[in-house]
Design a protein around this ligand. Structure first.
Ligand code: GYE
Length: 323
């Protein structure tokens, strides 16, 4: 009986401890750390996941940061809510990887009023007043589009080309710049014909779905211009399932140049891949350090990027890449 009572007591104590409310992690707990709220677009692609990892690695507790990441699942409304939450929580910095370019004026004015600096990474924003953000770091997406078109022109010249265009999220800088590049190419090369254009939301599943639908409808094409690697993976699966050989029957142009895609460049399935570098973590860290030291980072910084095709890719290049 005594033993049963003892057991019951131990159990009761254990249950009470388990139910006791744990003190909510308040930001005061991190007084000695720099608190950063990062509003991330989502997890739609390999590029995006590499970007999230890079931020986590650079803005780590070891480096003196407390990083709060909010995944917006590709929805701007969610990003606006996340930014408001960050302001409310009293973070030291907000990092925003914006879904689309437009629609940030109000929420960024709120951040400014609360004196929270906002660093924009990756895609750009279009705001009335540039003082609503501290600085931006990312890629020149129009230049990326021009690179892709340059390769097509160099390889096909004025031969007739039927082009399928898989676009990224409409209204995002990555989509806008890469689309502008192609539009300029179409205007310059009358023999090129755009046979299909739609958004695949930068996802593999959507890329596959769109190309499957084209094949089912019997639409003929020579080139797929895919605005990111994941949509290209989906397109490649669709082609292979239909008995077509990517790289031979259809030329595939892609963007990001993530590791998996470069393997496909090596295998000849993707013909040309324009690099888009996602490793913004250390760059953001350097910006914050500069600001902390009272410095002024440049308003806009474009990252250096390169391009790959079968002639330029090597195993050494692939092994040395961080994404
Ligand atoms: O190309 C794509 C991702 O904004 C550069 O977003 C980024 C793009 C990237 O989903 O894979």
């Amino acid at each position: 009986m005594k033993r049963i009572l003892l057991m019951a007591c131990i159990l009761a104590v254990l249950m009470l401890t388990a139910c006791a409310p744990t003190p909510a992690a308040t930001l005061e707990t991190y007084d000695d750390m720099i608190v950063v709220g990062f509003s991330q677009v989502g997890a739609e692609s390999d590029w995006r996941n590499a970007n999230t990892r890079s931020m986590q690695e650079a803005l780590s507790e070891q480096n003196g940061y407390r990083l709060i990441i909010d995944d917006a699942q590709q929805k701007q409304e969610r990003q606006i809510t996340a930014i408001r939450n960050f302001i409310h929580q009293g973070v030291d910095y907000i990092v925003l990887a914006p879904t689309t370019e437009k629609g940030w004026d109000t929420v960024l004015a709120e951040a400014k009023a609360a004196k929270v600096p906002v660093i924009i990474v990756d895609r750009m924003i279009e705001v009335e007043d540039d003082s609503l953000f501290t600085c931006w770091i990312g890629s020149d997406f129009r230049k990326e589009g021009d690179e892709a078109v340059g390769w097509l022109a160099q390889h096909f010249g004025e031969k007739p080309l039927r082009i399928v265009h898989l676009q990224g999220n409409l209204g995002s800088s990555a989509q806008l710049g890469r689309t502008q590049g192609l539009d300029a190419g179409l205007a310059q090369h009358p023999a090129w014909e755009l046979v299909y254009r739609d958004t695949g939301d930068f996802t593999q599943a959507k890329g596959q779905e769109l190309v499957e639908a084209l094949l089912t409808q019997g639409i003929q094409f020579d080139v797929i211009y895919s605005e990111n690697d994941n949509m290209a993976y989906g397109a490649i699966d669709a082609l292979k399932n239909a008995g077509l050989q990517p790289g031979e029957d259809v030329t595939i142009i892609s963007f990001d140049a993530s590791h998996r895609a470069l393997e496909m460049v090596m295998a000849g399935e993707i013909s040309f891949d324009v690099e888009c570098n996602p490793l913004h973590g250390p760059r953001v860290q350097a910006i914050i350090e500069k600001l902390e030291a009272g410095g002024k980072p440049p308003k806009l910084t474009y990252v250096e990027e390169s391009t790959f095709d079968a002639a330029t890719i090597t195993r050494e290049i692939m092994d040395g890449r961080g994404y």
